[in-house]
Design a protein. Structure first.
Length: 755
């Protein structure tokens, strides 16, 4: 012990104690780390840290008890600091009693109160009429009493908890007993009521949440909703935080016009014992005895990806539904409502630097639109099953003095209940010699497509083949060439930027081979776009190799910033034919034309706030527009965006899409989208919603309407109150944030996503 004078003019005294603890001793509060499933406490006091006390006056017995009077300040190391009007320190017990204007800071957490009793060794004690604030998670509250169990854990009696700033939080929860354990990052409350703007909105006999916002097991907020097809809905999910890399959410749901639906979503990721990664997710919905259909209904989605060894992976993608109407009866958006081909696939891949091998089995469940019974044009064709398919690829660049070569092969067994079946073997070797110099490039290429078919006529097929063994060999020669010119430019605000002018010619010659006797397992005409006009084959798939004697001419101009980033790209392209296109998919009538449609495209940032993306296909022979796609985005600031898009296909569709996120006031935002078919004069999708951003909460409400089948639509209404900071955002209501993110390009959340 040592006495010293702090400041003679104020007559303050200071007292310092060096607490000596044996190196092998274990503090009492650390023993709880030995219990199963409990983390080691993160708050550890330095046992050798001195305790420094100052006050206006001191008296008592220095070896046993000290009374400190007026402006008391007590500090132990850098972890604990306490101030009060008066205090008493009991040296043997290493315990403080403080009274009047008590302020306590422990490990970054801050408390105030009237009366404090605290044992510095064990961390036990209590504080009357307290307020508190945690460093991690910024949780705060007040209570009648706080009982300190140890340096990490405290019981708050008849207290509140909130992550809002200020003495009057917009939301808070109030519990008869609230256990706050910073060591385990867990808060649990009994007889809890959640208040919003002073109004009780949710009550529960018990609640568990993370103090830092991390994931925790427990009941999630109920999710009410309403849809035009199913009426009122209420989901009460339960979340299992199984491990840092595994979780499970159960979704029991009451659907007014359907019954009780059970759902489960399991997610996982991790590494094997050899350190190889894997991840996957399985989602299941099951509705026993639907009130309307009187049948059991279900939907399953499962995916998995895993690395078995270096370069070797396997996985699956499985989807299944109980009936054709399941997507349009229970989907929450256009994408899932119109999903009619459900993939089931099991695959494995092996890759090295020079070659790869892929094997898979694949089939589809096809869900037909109910309207197809009276309108056959709505029928969705059933794809062929691949049972199995094996693909091999090998290739090397810059060998034999500059040559590139590759080899692709495929063996596939195609199965179908009502069409011809068979096995297809394809081999495609190719070699090229790129000549790349400053300002130009020339790449001649030679490739060979060899195919063999072994067919099995299906008695149920409308087409029967007289020859069941077919072979085909088709060579292709191509030459790709281009020039690159550059000049300095300041266009689009790119000072010190560069503009390029890149003319390009791409010539292809493929001789004609009669392929009318070959089946079509998986081939379709390629979409005529800026990618397809620079490909050797005008078909996608291996059942047809298009004959060609043609050249594609294109000009590209790019605007580059000084750092090399592309600011804008302008493209013009057209294909010229020197012979008729005799190979067709389903017809033997050749296509007789000397030139293709013209393609024009412009994409990039016109300015710091405007972005454009456009593609036009124009038929010069008939002087008409074949197709077009325009999209324009205006984004002058964060959370301010307007999107305008138009898509047109001659004789097929003409759709307009407008969407936005825009602030109406400092805190209120409007969100909306309209997708409309000008040809059918029909609304495809509409969304109208509002968002309000509070200091520690976000409220969303809106309605969405979207097409589910040719003759039906769905109109769900949703609202969501998100209390930020409580278990990473406690959401009350339907997940409007997910709807906005998927529907509005450029949408930015007002807060972090829930889970």
């Amino acid at each position: 012990m040592s006495w010293f004078s702090a400041s003679p003019p104020s007559q303050r005294w200071a007292f310092a104690i060096s607490a000596l603890v044996a190196a092998t001793a274990v503090p009492a509060y650390a023993q709880k780390a030995q219990r199963p499933a409990v983390q080691r406490p993160v708050h550890v006091e330095d046992p050798n840290a001195p305790t420094v006390m100052t006050a206006e006056s001191m008296d008592g017995r220095p070896e046993r008890e000290l009374n400190l009077n007026s402006d008391v300040v007590i500090e132990r190391g850098t972890t604990t600091k306490m101030t009060s009007d008066t205090a008493c320190y009991k040296q043997v017990e290493d315990e403080f009693d403080a009274d009047g204007n008590v302020k306590l800071k422990r490990f970054g957490d801050y408390y105030t109160g009237d009366v404090l009793k605290l044992n510095m060794e064990t961390g036990k004690g209590f504080l009357l009429n307290p307020t508190y604030r945690f460093e991690v998670g910024h949780g705060q509250g007040k209570a009648e009493r706080v009982d300190f169990i140890n340096p990490d854990e405290a019981n708050v009696i008849d207290g509140t908890y909130s992550t809002c700033e200020g003495p009057n939080p917009d939301w808070y929860l109030k519990s008869s007993t609230l256990n706050l354990d910073t060591g385990r990052d867990v808060g649990t409350g009994s007889k809890t009521i959640i208040y919003f703007k002073g109004v009780p909105i949710l009550g529960t006999p018990g609640i568990s949440f993370s103090l830092s916002g991390a994931r925790r097991s427990g009941w999630l907020a109920p999710t009410p909703g309403f849809a035009s097809k199913n009426g009122f809905e209420l989901t009460v999910p339960y979340y299992f935080n199984i491990a840092p890399n595994r979780d499970l959410t159960l979704y029991p749901k009451y659907i007014q016009r359907r019954g009780i639906q059970l759902g489960a979503d399991a997610r996982y990721m991790g590494e094997s014992d050899d350190g190889l990664p894997y991840h996957g997710e399985t989602y299941v919905e099951y509705l026993p005895n639907d009130k309307q259909t009187k049948t059991d209904r279900y939907m399953i989605r499962s995916s998995h990806e895993q690395t078995v060894a270096t370069g070797w992976t396997y996985g699956w993608d499985l989807r299944d539904a109980s009936d054709n109407n399941y997507p349009n009866d229970f989907s929450k958006n256009v994408a899932t409502a119109t999903e009619r081909q459900l993939l089931r696939e099991l695959r494995t891949d092996y890759r090295t630097e020079d070659w790869s091998l892929t094997a898979r089995v694949q089939n589809y469940q096809v869900l037909q639109d109910p309207a197809a019974a009276t309108n056959p044009s709505l029928l969705v064709p059933r794809p062929y099953d691949r049972l199995p398919s094996v693909n091999f690829h090998a290739g090397k660049y810059d060998v034999w003095g500059g040559f590139d070569w590759s080899f692709d092969s495929e063996v596939t067994r195609f199965a179908h209940p009502t069409e011809v079946q068979g096995t297809r073997v394809v081999a495609v070797p190719q070699v090229s010699f790129p000549i790349v110099r400053p300002g130009y490039f020339i790449t001649p290429k030679l490739m060979l497509n060899a195919s063999a078919y072994q067919l099995d006529n299906n008695p149920g097929s409308a087409v029967q083949y007289s020859k069941t063994s077919l072979t085909r060999t088709v060579p292709t020669v191509s030459v790709d060439s281009g020039l690159v010119f550059e000049r300095d430019t300041n266009l689009f605000g790119t000072k010190g930027g560069t503009q390029t002018l890149e003319p390009r010619l791409f010539y292809v010659y493929t001789p004609y081979r009669d392929q009318s006797q070959f089946p079509n397992f998986d081939t379709a005409p390629g979409t005529f776009d800026l990618t397809q006009i620079f490909s050797e084959n005008r078909f996608i798939g291996s059942d047809r190799i298009g004959d060609a004697n043609q050249v594609t001419a294109a000009v590209v101009s790019r605007f580059l910033q000084p750092d090399g980033a592309e600011r804008m790209r302008l493209t013009f392209g057209q294909r010229f034919y020197f012979a008729d296109q005799r190979v067709q998919l389903d017809s033997t009538t050749p296509v007789n034309q000397t030139r293709s449609d013209i393609l024009l495209a412009a994409t990039g940032r016109v300015s710091e706030t405007w972005t454009v993306d456009s593609l036009v296909q124009y038929n010069p022979s008939e002087h008409q527009l074949t197709s077009s796609s325009y999209s324009l985005q205006y984004q002058p600031a964060p959370k301010k965006v307007v999107n305008i898009a138009n898509r047109y296909q001659n004789g097929s569709f003409r759709n307009t899409d407008v969407s936005t996120q825009w602030p109406l006031t400092d805190r209120l935002y409007g969100v909306g989208r309209i997708s409309y078919s000008l040809m059918d004069r029909r609304l495809i999708e509409a969304l109208v919603a509002l968002e309000y951003k509070g200091d520690c909460w976000v409220f969303r409400m809106g309605a969405q309407r979207f097409v589910t089948t040719a003759n039906t639509s769905s109109t769900p209404i949703f609202f969501q109150l998100e209390l930020t900071g409580l278990s990473n955002g406690l959401g009350l209501g339907a997940n409007g944030l997910e709807t906005f993110t998927k529907t509005i390009p450029g949408y930015q959340p007002l807060s972090s996503p829930i889970r």
